[in-house]
Design a protein around this ligand. Structure first.
Ligand code: PHE
Length: 459
């Protein structure tokens, strides 16, 4: 009885398998790949980080990606209803995941809006010689028209644009909205970002940057925090345990080769991440070269500071910096938008299914609500300050908790491991053996539990 009723096959569907794969890649490849991975890898052992990173990918990332796929595809719903169909009492886990999405979505939209403004600022290097002051004391002051000198391109207009875009795509639906958006944005992102990386590699000092990025610091492998960083990066980067992949997989056709598409998505995401590491560090190598110093002496190598302070600084010193800036900020926007839409679809579908309303209503309610909260919380400098706290709670603690609870519930309490594995294997070419249940049910919770304890202790 817990199975989805065949009667409700009016459910939306992806146009084709490629639509699903591109959308899943779009969700995975995001700000996390561009502004998080390079700095995290560098400060967690550089080249040596690739080892915990790969282990985290193979032992937890891909297995939990498969779990998300299996749940979404078998129970054909966004997280709250999908978990409810597995066991009535499990619905709150779905809402927890939806809640995480809500939180990530409201700041993600702000960052995309910043990147849109900075795309325009790249034309005339508007940030001047002191990008830090410009960003914090000028640009983010735009909430206050008296202080701000850049009201027109201030944060409010781009934020509104982001939310309008989200609304339009949501209303167009899974196949015609999200599917088409990714079909255009992902190839475009790959072209633009590749051009950026190639340009970066020809900058003087680029090779020193790569050296800094790749030279392994083996001692880092003895530090548990490095391992935690690797798992956290994999989870955030693959968008797993957030209910997104559950939602996206629920629109897959009944006969879909799921494990193979999962491997494609995971491989594409990690490749993009590595490419971003190369591009960012080649650029930082140039920055060190200009300042006559070492990459290790530089500061502000991740997150908003990397993108909106450090990069603007380098861009201003570079021949053809305007174009470089436009490529960089366009990449952030494209990567960000394709992730944000997955977040919005997750929240919107949860609401839609809970209240049995149509897609249009759910899309309107969710975008207006999230848009309002996002404008209210993130349109000023307080947003920049809130970002760290929000990021830590949702991306480090929330997501790990969600993954542990989801694994233990499905494998041990509901005992659905075998059923889900058979479901995954039914149409897939890459067969999942019993090892999958061991990874998801035992190794995953143990490693993640250890991580969570460590994180909480070091709060
Ligand atoms: N995977 C995205 C990134 O790397 C972030 C994300 C997390 C997107 C959760 C959707 C849901 O930036």
């Amino acid at each position: 009885t817990a199975m989805a009723q065949p009667a409700q096959e009016s459910r939306e569907q992806w146009n084709h398998q490629a639509g699903f794969i591109l959308a899943a890649i779009g969700s995975a490849v995001g700000l996390g790949n561009i502004w998080r991975f390079p700095g995290v890898a560098y400060s967690s052992g550089s080249g040596a980080f690739l080892i915990p990173y790969l282990i985290a990918l193979l032992t937890a990332g891909i297995p939990i990606l498969f779990l998300d796929y299996a749940i979404g595809h078998r129970f054909r719903a966004a997280p709250p209803l999908a978990f409810r169909r597995m066991a009535k009492w499990a619905e709150p886990l779905g809402w927890f995941q939806t809640g995480l999405l809500f939180v990530i979505g409201i700041y993600y939209a702000a960052v995309i809006a910043w990147a849109m403004s900075y795309f325009v600022f790249s034309f005339d290097l508007r940030w001047g010689d002191d990008p830090a002051t410009f960003f914090v004391s000028e640009y983010l002051q735009v909430g206050d028209p008296v202080v701000s000198t850049t009201p027109v391109w201030g944060v409010l207009i781009p934020m509104a644009l982001v939310w309008i875009l989200m609304l339009v795509v949501l209303l167009l639906g899974v196949a015609n909205g999200i599917g088409k958006l990714n079909m255009i944005f992902i190839p475009l992102l790959v072209v633009i970002f590749t051009a950026l990386v190639i340009r970066a590699l020809f900058l003087p000092g680029a090779l020193d940057g790569l050296d800094a990025f790749f030279t392994p610091d083996w001692a880092a492998l003895a530090d548990p925090n490095v391992w935690i960083a690797a798992y956290a990066q994999i989870f955030f980067s693959l968008s797993i345990a957030f209910g997104i992949m559950i939602t996206y997989a629920s629109y897959q056709r009944r006969k879909a080769n799921m494990t193979s598409s999962g491997l494609v998505v995971a491989f594409a995401n990690s490749s993009f991440e590595l490419l971003a590491g190369i591009g960012v560090f080649a650029t930082l190598g140039f920055m060190a070269h200009q300042a006559n110093t070492q990459v290790s002496e530089l500061e502000g190598l991740t997150g908003p500071i990397l993108s909106f302070v450090t990069f603007p600084k380098v861009i201003a010193e570079m021949p053809g910096g305007n174009i470089f800036g436009m490529l960089f900020f366009a990449s952030l926007v494209l990567a960000g938008v394709t992730s944000l839409i997955s977040i919005m679809q997750g929240v919107s579908a949860s609401v839609q299914e809970k209240f049995s309303i149509d897609r249009i209503k759910a899309g309107l309610i969710v975008s207006i609500l999230m848009g309002a909260v996002s404008l209210f919380l993130f349109s000023t400098t307080s947003g920049l300050i809130a970002l760290d706290t929000v990021d830590m709670w949702s991306n480090n603690i929330g997501i790990v908790l969600s993954a542990i609870v989801m694994s233990i519930l499905t494998i041990w309490i509901m005992r659905r491991g075998r059923e889900l594995r058979i479901h995954l294997n039914a149409v897939s070419t890459f067969k999942v053996g019993p090892w999958w249940t061991v990874l998801v049910g035992i190794l995953g919770p143990v490693v993640l539990g250890f991580m969570l304890v460590q994180r909480v202790i070091t709060l």
